[in-house]
Design a protein around this ligand. Sequence first.
Ligand code: FES
Length: 590
Amino acid sequence: MVNPPMTNKPDQQATIHPEAASSGISKGLTNYGDRGFSLFLRKAFIKGAGYTDKALDRPVIGITNTGSSYNPCHGNMPQLIEAVQRGILMAGGLPMDFPTISLHESFSQPTSMYLRNLMSMDTEEMLRAQPMDAVVLIGGCDKTVPAQLMGAASVGLPAVQLVTGSMLTGSHRSERVGACTDCRRYWGKFRAEEIDAEEISDVNNQLVASVGTCSVAGTASTMACIAEALGIGLPGSATPPAVTADRIRIAERSGEVAVHMARAGLSIDKILTPAAFENAMRVLLAMGGSTNAIVHMAAIAGRLGYELDLKALDVMSRNTPVLLDLKPSGDHYMEDFHAAGGMHTLLRELKPLLHLDALTVTGRTLGEELEAAGPGFKQHVVKTLDAPLYPQGGIAVLHGNLAPAGAIIKQSAANPELMEHEGRAVVFENAEDLAARIDSPELDVRAEDVLVLKNIGPKAAAMPEAGYLPIPKKLAAQGVKDMVRVSDGRMSGTAFGTIVLHVTPEAAIGGPLAWVQTGDRIRLSVRERCIEWLVSDEELAMRQNAKPVQVPVAERGYAHLFKKTVLQADRGADFDFLTATQRKGSIPRS
Ligand code: FES
């Protein structure tokens, strides 16, 4: 076999006429006031890494490297990048991986949500600044996929989302366990003194059995399924666990597809259409997915000029039953979902509710991909529309005088006995107040009370996952497992309970929640989709006059930008200046 001759001859055509080649390595030249020189210099530098002109003539495919020692959810990053590179080379492209911010839930202080928009800006600007014709976005842990899709949507390049995949489950004294529904369940047992320090330490070793993302319907799994439903992730890409050969093959194929997308000019706006978002919302509801996905979808849609219509989403929820038997709404883990055929099985069952003509990154429609996936097989993880796990969608949208712009509840993971409930409010002013008093033996609290936590909204605290207020220790010790809880924050998708979240507007900007006091009465009716604060207008006006809110500000740096520009939960908690300037309507289309 004769190897092709190596050449160091410059690409004269591109060097002299860079404007004639606005793709590949010639794209987006650094501004030196002489475009020919800019390209000449760029090529000189990249050749320092050993590239030939022949390699540099190929379509350039960027790969976001979000590997980090702080992020075990992305612990398979080197293997994924290698496979993506292989796929790109097989299809005739030139792979160029580059780093961006990486965020892990447990290693992001004060909360990963504070940094999601920063990661989206990093992703957006690096996609713009560096020459590439398409990009493979590799993310996984909760905020990373939303951040990448937000950034890529703003840029408009052809893009493929590749998720890192879920972790394996572990075993504690022969019981199967996985992060993080079981983390919360076991911690609750420890708080209630049902298990001792030795056992909780043993469990700690088993909850995360490998690298990869949380193994239940947390935000990472939800966003993985949403990415596939949006058509921005490859068919079959959501469920292969992180450490499997299936995951590596998806990575290779993602690289290949990105090259085809670059050649076809299949930009992200052709994939992320209103129909695609509606398909994704169906999947969110049918999988009992994370409530956080609503905030993230609102932010991604906002980058493309769409606003999320929470009322229309609730209408959709009423006729989209939960089909996926996955924790915390069900019993299984992501690896079981994969063994049951993954998203093909779920989408096949949801077919009557989907827009099958929505385009995917493969260039084929969702309907064509489902057809190609075949008829499916007998399994017990995805239920049928006739015999669902839960009769409505996993999430219900609430309105009322406590949440004029909406709030949500994960009804499929709530206690049916508490979903119609009126109780006395026990109020915590902020997360510090909660931490200081929740376990105090002096706390005046009963099981039928409604726990209220203020000032964990976007502006006050970047919406930490603190909406899952712990059951006060003295009630937990009495066996109380659930109470109605209300806040302007979020909770982990892996959590469960009768928990009202995302109360909008938040307390910190003068939402009604700001003036709720211990002793007030609050009524929750999921059936009526309402969250009411039983207070007179006169009393409210008096409290507002007596204690006006002070909208939080920060003096400098990213915190200054964040406090000044972050939007409310219904707008995805994005920064106001990052949303699209052209408005295209609302989704879901009612
Ligand atoms: Fe990364 Fe759960 S902590 S996905």
